[in-house]
Design a protein around this ligand. Structure first.
Ligand SMILES: NC(=O)c1ccc[n+]([C@@H]2O[C@H](COP(=O)([O-])OP(=O)(O)OC[C@H]3O[C@@H](n4cnc5c(N)ncnc54)[C@H](O)[C@@H]3O)[C@@H](O)[C@H]2O)c1
Length: 385
């Protein structure tokens, strides 16, 4: 079969640019049936020396130092946005205006106000789009979705999720600039809410439907930090920790916590769902396992099963190795790219689209509004995903 070549332009050369470059490079070997073949055409970052090195290392044909040039280039079919959050909207809108497909990192933007025109742009110019809420594509999480959709849990009562880290406890850590933009609200929009809870919210709504209303508390433990770019001590505008509870549209209750102040935790993303018949739990630190408890089991053997999601009839696994051996974090991005390419063949949207990611943005915003006003907030979410 003659492949259709999809020429990719990545913006950014950091963590996510590496994860995505790796994903594009893996596709043809592990998803040979796909009609589309991505090609690393160009990469963009402000530093010429850094972008050249990155381009050579990952096998891009060329590089740019101005994203505005990249989004206008005739030799690019799809723009992949791997920059800090404050740049997502300008890049995505310009890319859509130039007819490019867009794969954007999460969160979609800093605010709902900023994210809404991004949705309008991709819909107006009718360009395929997706947002990298990649945890949906951990095989164990995808299996959780299958189990829930088959109705095995029955009526769902509870959804609880945590995303815990510990990397900003040191008050001497500066905010802003290269590597530390997540601490600067001008660049990140928010702290753990947009960075960590956005993942939990996307997964939660995908598994359990829309979140109707929220009540939240946030805390900023270190109130001032030196800004790397200005050299001045500046007020910290991000939330260091956030806890919220909520109602889902299906009547279940949710409780969510994220922090960067949980000493000893690096990326402890966990969730548990309790239904009438069965419960499910998952832990990023043991990502190939899914916990499953079914009350309908014979009582003398009833208990939590620890399902090693590594068999060829489980999601995505047949693409990789032999049953029983593990895959890792990077594979979630390969799965996302493969699903995006498959969606092009089918002429269907690749979930989560910008529109779906806007719903997650609405929940994040309601959480922050609730914390600052100390009151319950409706999210306005209309979940169809
Ligand atoms: N899906 C996930 O699990 C996940 C994980 C980490 C980060 N992210 C998201 O990915 C995005 C990038 O995060 P990261 O961890 O890769 O950050 P990073 O700091 O590692 O990389 C950001 C890159 O953007 C570049 N950049 C900044 N301004 C630029 C400009 N004007 N033009 C071109 N390049 C510019 C920087 O030089 C750097 O190479 C963020 O939106 C973040 O929220 C998602």
């Amino acid at each position: 079969m003659d492949k259709k070549i999809l020429r990719i332009g990545i913006i950014g050369t950091g963590f996510m640019a590496r994860a995505h470059s790796n994903a594009y490079n893996r596709i043809s070997d592990f998803f040979p049936e796909l009609e589309y073949q991505p090609k690393l055409q160009a990469v963009c970052s402000r530093s010429a020396a850094r972008v050249e090195k990155f381009a050579k290392q990952w096998g891009f044909d060329r590089w740019e130092t101005d994203w505005k040039k990249l989004v206008q280039s005739d030799d690019i079919d799809a723009i992949d946005i791997c920059t800090p959050n404050h740049l997502h909207a300008d890049i995505a809108i310009a890319a859509a205006e130039h007819g490019k497909m867009i794969l954007c990192e999460k969160p979609l933007a800093r605010t709902v106000e900023e994210a809404s025109p991004m949705v309008d742009a991709v819909e107006k110019y009718n360009v395929p789009n997706t947002v990298y809420y990649n945890y949906r594509r951990v095989p164990a999480v995808t299996l959780a979705k299958q189990i829930i959709d088959e109705g095995k849990l029955g009526r769902i009562f509870h959804f609880r999720a945590n995303f815990l880290q510990d990397w900003t406890i040191n008050p001497e850590l500066p905010q802003g600039g290269e590597g530390l933009w997540r601490l600067d609200s001008k660049s990140a929009g928010s702290g753990v809410t947009g960075d960590l809870l956005a993942h939990c919210i996307d997964t939660a709504m995908w598994l359990n439907g829309g979140i109707k209303d929220v009540s939240a508390v946030t805390e900023t433990f270190v109130k001032e930090r030196i800004h790397q770019e200005t050299g001045q001590v500046e007020k910290v505008g991000i939330d260091d920790a956030c806890i919220f509870h909520c109602h889902f549209d299906n009547g279940s209750l949710g409780v969510f916590e994220a922090t960067r102040y949980a000493r000893g935790q690096k990326a402890l993303y966990t969730f548990e769902i309790n239904g009438e018949h069965a419960s499910i739990r998952w832990d990023l630190h043991d990502q190939n396992r899914l916990g499953y408890f079914d009350h309908r089991d014979e009582s003398i053997v009833r208990g939590w099963r620890s399902i090693h999601v590594s068999d060829s009839d489980q999601p995505y696994i047949d693409k990789w190795w032999i049953p029983g051996v593990c895959i890792g974090y990077e594979h979630t991005f390969v799965h996302h790219v493969a699903d995006f390419l498959h969606s092009l063949e089918l002429n269907k949207p690749c979930s989560p689209t910008f529109r779906e990611a806007l719903e997650t943005q609405k929940v994040c915003e309601a959480v922050l509004d609730s914390a600052s006003s100390r009151s319950w907030k409706d999210t306005g979410v209309d979940w169809k995903g």
